[in-house]
Design a protein around this ligand. Structure first.
Ligand SMILES: Cc1cc2nc3c(=O)[nH]c(=O)nc-3n(C[C@H](O)[C@H](O)[C@H](O)COP(=O)(O)OP(=O)(O)OC[C@H]3O[C@@H](n4cnc5c(N)ncnc54)[C@H](O)[C@@H]3O)c2cc1C
Length: 727
């Protein structure tokens, strides 16, 4: 690989080489990010909590660049028709490459509209999206800005979105007329609030004439109080606005997102607040995960430049000397650590873009599924789950079919089977992207910062790395922190359909390993087997006190298993992207040469990452498999199975010479034993696990050679003279 991966290469890897509209969006978002946004950061605009004129101009730059309109359908003022998950993810990736707050400022507007887009009535959707679209040429109008208001002052909504304090009551309901509602809501940490013209707020009923909860649209000009609140004193994402607003407003019931019906004199929202929020976060959390991926990859170029130039200007470092040309890159550790940062960034981007794409694929299939089920008279909720059970069985059967099975085409064409498959994958990929990219990404960003030495923790650090490190922590927190993603994955990763997919993916990695051993696919396949073995073991096993290990409340068991899965998933999608690059790149003469060299390097990064993932999985699984057993003591039953007596050993020596030298836990005739707390623990019931672990260790063969190769490439790859944005 001679140069850093080009746009053409990324377009192939992340599968938008045929999407000219998305390529244009990337270019225009990049222009704003590396122009307007980068200048704002460089000139200290992050130093204020206030919403400043410069920050406001940034929103206008988003509008001009088409970023705001990327959310809308063409008839609403947008330019992309159909699903837009990948589009929004790419735009956020470009903005977060320079500044996470800028990316959030654009995403928060979409987040405000998302409840209306996902669950709103067609009229609500058209109305608010058209108002929020930037004006067309010749149109004199300011676009509306929105905020999404879920989180409330402590002790209410945070991670637990069920504890709502925001309330709605009937203010006025005249016969035959639309009811009016009095809505009270206080928000905490609400993005975009300084300038929001409307908000979508989650509230619960405080009136027997309203059922349950809902999300409701509140406008700045509604009767009552729309207090934007004071700015939050954030340490992160300062280019976005955040504050604690207060609302007490009278609004018509038609503002309930998704509408309502009236049953026996009670107003019943068509969707409760949880249903709306679930549909929203399911998609928007992917984009947040991609923001951290962008940060990691954006660190590569500044770190290389810093490392190479580190000693230039010193007396002993004359041009042409290794010290001058390579600087810190003479040192293996510096290169290896950068390889780790780069590999994490690649894996995070691959996982995130795969998640964004699957939602683009899922959106039309989901509509098809809803159509088919409503034709059959099946409602939503439990009835739908029941109706899809047969399709789940068919999906599992489909995954197990051989290539030549005559029924494959029929199953592949069944929209319900396809829905069930994609839904199971999406239900895992979204929280996995949010959890792994941001949580692990924040840790790895620290590594990136450390590679710049003292410079790394100054405002002058090229690439704004220290800000990105801190910003990554917010990405791990908002839209639901890590516990929320782990809780969700605990459920979705154990669905029968997902586990069948996971088995198929394990086999797929073995097949890939046959032709592409350099990707580390074989290591990954073994680690995937170990994860599955551990899950199945823990689902049956109990702890030393006889208590069940795998259940929702036992986060000490379920959460680490979730983390282990995320490592595996990130590695899998990273490998798949490199294969795509190799296959598609080789057939495109315009990129063939660069694609092959880059694919080789990225393949080495896959190997590095899969070895790391395997290590994490092995560590986590071993702790869970053995950690809940009581350590044996000399007094208990363990002695009868684990220990030898001196007499026994003497007898055994006759048939097995040398055994006495191997025996560790030997009881002497007087009952004394070695000076330890108890005999060493055995591996009863976990022999298969140890075999797998053994295999996994040997599967790591070659992974460090791959790291050496990758490090060598990093030390030679050409980078531009200067970063293409200030600093
Ligand atoms: C800059 C910023 C912008 C934001 N923008 C918005 C916005 O636009 N709209 C909006 O509605 N909200 C917004 N938020 C709020 C954000 O979504 C919440 O802060 C976040 O969901 C976490 O909630 P919390 O702060 O109450 O944390 P807590 O709930 O107090 O969590 C604290 C810790 O406890 C852990 N924890 C909590 N519950 C559990 C559990 N059941 N099991 C295990 N561990 C648990 C968490 O993982 C976390 O580590 C924003 C926040 C910030 C900081």
């Amino acid at each position: 690989m001679l140069t850093l991966p080009s746009d053409s290469i990324r377009q192939i890897q992340w599968r938008f080489a045929e999407r000219y509209d998305l390529q244009m969006l990337v270019q225009s978002a990049r222009g704003v990010a590396r122009g307007t946004v980068a200048h704002m950061v460089a000139s200290g605009e992050r130093n204020s909590h206030e919403w400043t004129p410069a920050k406001n101009e940034m929103l206008e730059a988003f509008d001009r660049a088409g970023i705001t309109a990327a959310f809308m359908e063409p008839e609403e003022g947008g330019f992309i028709s159909g699903p837009k998950n990948l589009a929004l993810a790419l735009a956020a990736f470009e903005l977060a490459w320079v500044d996470g707050g800028a990316a959030t400022a654009s995403l928060a507007g979409f987040l405000a509209l998302a409840p209306i887009h996902e669950r709103g009535t067609p009229e609500q959707s058209r109305h608010y999206k058209s108002l929020s679209a930037p004006p067309q040429i010749g149109e004199e109008r300011k676009p509306w800005r929105g905020a999404f208001v879920l989180t409330e002052p402590i002790p209410y909504v945070g991670v637990d979105t069920g504890m709502l304090n925001g309330k709605a009551r009937i203010a006025d309901w005249r016969d035959g007329e639309e009811p009016w509602l009095q809505v009270e809501k206080r928000g905490r940490f609400i993005t975009n609030i300084a300038f929001a013209n409307f908000v979508t707020a989650a509230v619960a009923s405080d009136d027997p004439r309203i059922k349950g909860s809902c999300v409701i649209i509140l406008e700045e000009t509604d009767e009552g109080t729309f207090d934007h609140g004071t700015p939050t004193k954030k340490l992160v994402h300062q280019l976005s606005s955040t504050g604690d607003p207060i609302f007490n407003l009278k609004v018509p019931a038609s503002r309930i997102v998704g509408g309502y019906t009236v049953k026996d004199g009670v107003l019943v929202p068509n969707f409760n607040h949880s249903e709306v929020i679930e549909a929203v976060f399911r998609r928007t959390r992917v984009t947040v995960g991609l923001m951290t991926a962008a940060k990691l990859l954006s660190a590569v170029e500044p770190v290389i430049r810093y490392q190479r130039g580190r000693f230039r200007g010193a007396e002993g470092a004359k041009p042409g000397t290794v010290r001058y040309e390579q600087g810190i890159q003479q040192r293996e550790d510096a290169l290896h650590r950068l390889v780790d940062v780069w590999a994490t960034g690649e894996a995070a981007a691959s996982l995130g873009f795969a998640a964004a794409r699957i939602f683009d694929e899922l959106d039309p299939i989901e509509k098809q599924k809803t159509g088919i089920l409503s034709e059959r008279g099946v409602g939503s909720g439990r009835a739908e789950l029941k109706a899809l059970r047969e399709s789940e069985q068919r999906a599992i059967e489909f995954l197990r079919m051989r290539e030549q099975d005559a029924r494959r085409a029929e199953f592949a064409a069944d929209p319900l089977v396809q829905f069930v498959l994609k839904d199971a994958e999406a239900n895992v990929l979204c929280p996995a992207t949010k959890l792994w990219n941001t949580g692990n990404g924040a840790n790895v960003m620290r590594e990136a910062v450390s590679l710049m030495g003292g410079y790394g923790i100054t405002e002058d650090c090229p690439g704004f790395l220290a800000s990105k490190w801190m910003d990554a922590q917010l990405e791990a927190t908002y839209e639901g922190p890590e516990a929320v993603q782990r809780r969700q994955l605990t459920i979705t990763m154990t669905s029968d359909v997902f586990l069948a997919e996971f088995r198929a993916w394990t086999a797929e990695m073995r097949t890939i390993a046959a032709t592409h051993p350099g990707t580390g696919a074989c290591t990954l396949a073994t680690a995937m087997r170990m994860w599955l073995w551990t899950l199945e073991h823990l689902q049956k096993a109990t702890d030393a006190a006889g208590h069940k290990l795998y259940h929702g409340q036992r986060q000490g068991v379920t959460f680490p298993l979730v983390d282990a899965l995320c490592w595996l998933l990130a590695s899998r999608y990273q490998i798949l992207d490199v294969l795509e690059l190799e296959q598609r790149g080789s057939t495109d003469p315009s990129v063939a040469d660069a694609a092959m060299g880059t694919a080789q390097f990225l393949s080495d990064l896959c190997h590095v990452q899969s070895a790391r993932a395997a290590g994490e999985v092995s560590r986590i699984c071993a702790e869970l498999v053995f950690g809940y057993n009581e350590h044996p003591s000399w007094s208990d039953q363990a002695c009868t199975t684990c220990c030898f007596s001196t007499d026994e050993l003497e007898e055994l020596e006759e048939t097995m010479p040398g055994i006495a030298a191997m025996a560790i836990d030997v009881l002497k005739p007087n009952g004394s034993h070695p000076p330890k707390a108890g005999p060493c623990a055995g591996c009863k019931g976990a022999g298969d696990f140890l075999q797998l672990q053994n295999k996994l260790c040997t599967c790591l063969s070659g992974s460090r050679l791959a790291k050496d190769r990758a490090a060598d490439t990093v030390s030679k790859v050409m980078i531009p003279e200067a970063l293409d944005y200030p600093l």
